[in-house]
Design a protein around this ligand. Structure first.
Ligand SMILES: Nc1ncnc2c1ncn2[C@@H]1O[C@H](COP(=O)(O)OP(=O)(O)OP(=O)(O)O)[C@@H](O)[C@H]1O
Length: 219
């Protein structure tokens, strides 16, 4: 089943020096249960594309269809609902909620999207090695532990599409590899699709497909 289909997506930003055209007609697609690495040099627009797909920003032109819905047709609350349910984003900076403990962070998006399933969340906590850390707060966790919570938060909401922006970019190599193992295993078990931005050809090679962005188009 086609999960994601982006067609001719363009995006520019206003800067002090005039408009900067970042994406110039990007098309890509992803089937449920498969993974795609998005590579490209710094500034090539990888994060911009991921944010558009995640409904965190809107394209100037083009279409993004996720699980059959054209997200251009959604209003702000509709896009917010998309981000908490169908689509989950794992950021390089973890982005956990500092005032909530691990258990509440894990369940946060699932609760907001009406997808909370206590048994499934407990299973994820166990698989992610978080069961003994449930009452800790994010600042009391290592980077690797925080990223495991962020992955769990996305999967707890049963997201069909997981977007990850350099998810191991803030971790040392051994910790990053362990986090990547868990991400790939759990995404594959849940049958979600994964779109991951990475600078690392080594990490990109672990995903099913690799595409590169260059000068605003898929190279
Ligand atoms: N809100 C914004 N306003 C102005 N320019 C922006 C904005 N967001 C991104 N840009 C510019 O768009 C270009 C692409 O940025 P983007 O973050 O998508 O690149 P990237 O490929 O993810 O880079 P990196 O690998 O360094 O994270 C950059 O030149 C960046 O400065």
């Amino acid at each position: 089943m086609e999960l994601l289909h982006a067609t001719d997506v363009s995006k520019s930003f206003e800067t002090g020096e005039g408009p900067l055209q970042v994406l110039r007609g990007v098309s890509l697609s992803l089937t449920a249960g498969t993974s795609l690495a998005l590579t490209g040099e710094s500034g090539s627009g990888k994060s911009t594309l991921l944010y558009l797909i995640g409904g965190l920003d809107v394209p100037d032109a083009g279409h993004i269809r996720i699980a059959g819905t054209d997200i251009a047709g959604l209003d702000d609350p509709g896009r917010a609902a998309l981000r908490r349910g169908t689509v989950g984003v794992v950021f390089q900076q973890f982005n956990l909620i500092p005032s909530l403990d691990v258990a509440a962070n894990l369940a946060f998006h699932a609760r907001l999207s009406g997808r909370h399933d206590a048994a499934w969340t407990a299973h994820l906590a166990e698989r992610l090695g978080l069961s003994a850390l449930l009452s800790r707060f994010p600042e009391q966790l290592s980077g690797g532990q925080q990223q495991r919570v962020a992955i769990g938060r996305t999967l707890a909401a049963k997201s069909e599409l997981v977007l990850a922006d350099e998810p191991t970019g803030n971790l040392d190599e051994a910790t990053g590899d362990a986090v990547m193992d868990l991400l790939l295993e759990l995404v594959s078990e849940t049958g979600a699709g994964l779109l991951m931005v990475t600078h690392s050809m080594r990490l990109a090679a672990r995903l099913d497909r690799q595409v590169g962005l260059r000068a605003g188009v898929i190279a």
